[in-house]
Design a protein around this ligand. Structure first.
Ligand code: ATP
Length: 301
């Protein structure tokens, strides 16, 4: 049995926009799956249909073998959802938010409370358990939404752009937690714009564009399409670049270079080579939006 089976799924909104065009998609149990796509590609619509927030126009959707048209009330128990928009009651105490949510699934308070405590501890919210989201940072609110989505111990978690607006450190902590839960058996599907997130966490991915799945493969395979990457390198002063020729360096200004790196080369080697030229590195980052580039590579194949 698959965690998710989608066949011929179509969604046309009332305004005539065809957000999904007969898509087929399967996600195995235990997978960590990424649904990738640019703004408006249809990712949130897929999650909306899977969680019964959006009515599909046509097609068949099964969650752990349960058809959502026939028995959504059963399918619902298997899934936890972290929506894109923050939708917490900002005046309710964190611990109460979790216990109340458990109540919607028929979990009594004496069972919900230890679960809530465990989640709050694991997600770094323990100190603030009696505080309300009004006093939380963006990253804390998102972690509380993850705790809320997991309180009824679902088999599958949907995350719609989980790290939007979350700073780097918290993002890495969140990834670690999600990886751990996935190892323990939780199937996870996330939507994202960030290729880095996918590289760090996901095993399989599908790319959605204009309401159609244009590719579904392992993340490793998808990344082979990205054989070259351009980096912007900031240094204190640009010096002689002849020994960096394998990286096809381009001098942008007195303190900036652009280099090209293949997947076989490592940043570590580049940084060592740069140090030999006497240049002092101040920053290095990928140029441009990698996911956009990946789409172009895939589309042009
Ligand atoms: P984003 O990354 O911006 O969230 P997305 O890939 O999740 O984008 P969707 O939100 O699923 O994309 O939107 C797919 C298309 O459907 C878009 O053209 C969008 O404008 C349209 N759409 C989404 N929700 C509605 C709605 N409630 N009514 C009408 N059109 C909608």
């Amino acid at each position: 049995m698959k965690a998710i089976e989608i066949k011929n799924l179509t969604k046309t909104y009332a305004n005539g926009i065809q957000a999904l065009k007969r898509i087929d998609l399967e996600v195995e149990q235990g997978d960590f799956f990424a649904l990738l796509g640019a703004n408006g590609a249809g990712k949130t619509t897929v999650i909306g249909i899977l969680t019964d927030l959006v009515n599909k126009t046509a097609g068949e959707v099964k969650v752990f073998g349960h058809d959502i048209d026939k028995d959504f009330s059963v399918a619902k128990k298997f899934i936890g959802v972290v929506p894109q928009e923050i939708n917490l009651n900002i005046f309710e105490r964190a611990i109460d938010i979790l216990v109340t949510q458990a109540g919607y699934y028929g979990i009594p308070c004496n069972e919900a409370l230890p679960r809530a405590e465990e989640l709050l501890k694991r997600l770094g919210l323990w100190e603030k358990r009696f505080g309300s989201p009004r006093t939380y940072s963006g990253g804390m609110k998102r972690r509380l939404m993850i705790a809320r989505a997991l309180i009824h111990e679902p088999k599958m978690l949907f995350l719609d752009e989980p790290t939007a607006g979350v700073d780097v450190e918290i993002r890495h902590e969140m990834w670690e937690y999600l990886r751990e839960r996935n190892k323990a058996g939780l199937t996870i599907l996330l939507t994202t714009h960030y290729l880095e997130e996918v590289e760090q966490m996901c095993r399989n991915a599908a790319i959605i564009k204009g309401g159609e799945i244009i590719m579904r493969d392992s993340v490793r395979k998808l990344l082979t399409f990205m054989d070259k990457e351009v980096y912007v390198v900031s240094v204190q002063h640009v010096k002689d670049i002849t020994t960096l020729s394998q990286y096809k360096p381009v001098v942008v200004d007195d303190t900036t270079l652009e280099i090209e790196m293949s997947r076989k080369e490592t940043l570590h080697d580049f940084v060592a080579r740069l140090a030999q030229t006497g240049m002092v590195l101040t920053d290095i980052r990928p140029k441009g939006h990698r996911l956009e580039k990946l789409f172009l590579e895939v589309l042009n194949k």
